[in-house]
Unconditional design. Structure first.
Lengths: 115, 116
């Protein structure tokens, strides 16, 4: 079974631009979560989608948004980019996200650099 | 609210030595606990998880962890380090974020270096 895939793997943007990142979950997985990883803040939860609905949200400004499609693929969007948005963005999928014992499977990440 | 504290941002061991990575958690409800490993330029890979069955959990690559409720700890160990174990290790706790929805809260990570 193919793992979680994320595109693109690397991205360079300038301040003020917007960016869209894509995530394809493992086949059959319906829950997709997004995390931001930076050296200073570590891994921080952005949001989780299930059945095209945002079900859980972290403490990030409204510039960060996402969506999920009927095939469970997910995108996240960051508008009006700031230098501090430079990070590795990780996507993770799980079967349905309910029950705390479910394993989340991570993709390789998209490394975003904002200049 | 839930949180994870990993003691030691950097641990260095010799090849063949014991690996001990420390993790303490805080959770108001019974937690599920995970250890993930991240190799350079890669995503996170699950090493093992605690789901309230056995308190001693065995994972991949010879790693294991013991859940100790009285100490709110979930330390990761491996009897003999290998060069290929060099990576960053993350402890995470999963607890209900609202309703039945769970989210992972990660520690800051511990970078393990293995010296020949």
């Amino acid at each position: 079974k193919a793992g979680v895939t994320q595109t693109p793997r690397y991205l360079i943007k300038t301040r003020g631009q917007q960016v869209t990142l894509s995530c394809s979950p493992i086949s059959g997985h319906r829950s997709v979560s997004w995390y931001q990883q930076t050296p200073g803040q570590g891994l921080q939860f952005l949001f989780e989608y299930f059945s095209e609905t945002q079900r859980n949200k972290g403490n990030f400004p409204g510039r960060f948004s996402g969506r999920q499609f009927s095939n469970s693929r997910s995108e996240m969007n960051v508008s009006t980019l700031e230098l501090g948005d430079s990070a590795l963005y990780l996507c993770a999928s799980s079967l349905d996200g309910t029950g705390g014992a479910q394993t989340q499977y991570f993709g390789p990440g998209t490394r975003l650099l904002v200049l | 609210a839930q949180s994870v504290t990993q003691l030691g941002s950097h641990v260095s061991v010799s090849e063949g030595a014991l690996v001990l990575l420390r993790c303490n958690y805080s959770s108001s409800v019974p937690p599920y606990l995970f250890w993930y490993v991240q190799y350079p330029n890669q995503g996170l890979q699950l090493l093992l998880k605690y789901t309230s069955a056995a308190t001693l959990v065995k994972g991949i690559n010879g790693f294991e962890a013991e859940f100790k409720k009285s100490e709110t700890s979930f330390h990761l160990t491996k009897p003999s380090a290998h060069m290929s174990d060099a990576a960053e290790y993350f402890c995470a706790v999963s607890a209900a974020g609202g309703g039945s929805n769970y989210k992972l809260t990660f520690g800051k990570g511990t970078l393990l270096t293995v010296n020949p």
